[in-house]
Design a protein. Structure first.
Length: 176
């Protein structure tokens, strides 16, 4: 016979930790963006660590690292919002197949909170507010925000967990 299929269940014990983390991340993300928008005009900022780190108010009409930022907002905003909603649904669905492990719950909560934080901007404003500017002399990493940090940290945490997971009972593994 084949490998057993993981059972789908969304219990409060599985959902509460990642959803609480997601809400906290989304609130922190929105608060930080609001603070930057009120403190700085568009493209204005302040060097916090010269030759390394600035706070700067920019708008990202694209996706990660400003890719596709030249697209027509009449169709890019709904398309990107829909893609984000699909990703959020995928994360919540993935939670239903996973054992309730704290590391997995934290990682998925980070990803979910970051996705929600950026989705709020995209729906409300038509763009995402970015403000963290890391650079070395003239070489700048694309500006990012708290939501982007949460998404990246969540993905890294998931990858580390999957790489270090002991190979045991296949029923404890998520579906491929």
């Amino acid at each position: 016979m084949g490998e057993p299929v993981a059972k789908f269940s969304l219990t409060p014990g599985k959902l509460a930790p990642p959803l609480l983390a997601a809400v906290a991340i989304a609130i922190l993300d929105q608060w930080s963006k609001l603070a930057v928008v009120h403190a700085y005009g568009l493209f204005e900022g302040k060097a916090l660590i010269p030759n390394l780190f600035n706070i700067v108010h920019v708008r990202n009409t694209g996706v990660a690292f400003s890719m596709f930022s030249g697209m027509d907002p009449r169709w890019s905003v709904p398309l990107l919002a829909f893609a984000t909603l699909l990703a959020i649904a995928g994360v919540v669905g993935y939670l239903g197949y996973l054992p309730a492990r704290p590391t997995t719950q934290a990682a998925l909560g980070l990803v979910l909170g970051g996705a929600v934080g950026n989705l709020i901007d995209r729906i409300r404003l038509g763009y995402v507010v970015d403000f963290l500017d890391l650079y070395w002399r003239r070489f700048h990493w694309p500006a990012f925000n708290v939501a982007d940090i949460a998404i990246s940290a969540g993905v890294i945490l998931l990858a580390v967990e999957l790489l270090l997971e002991p190979k045991g009972d296949p029923r404890n593994r998520p579906p491929a």
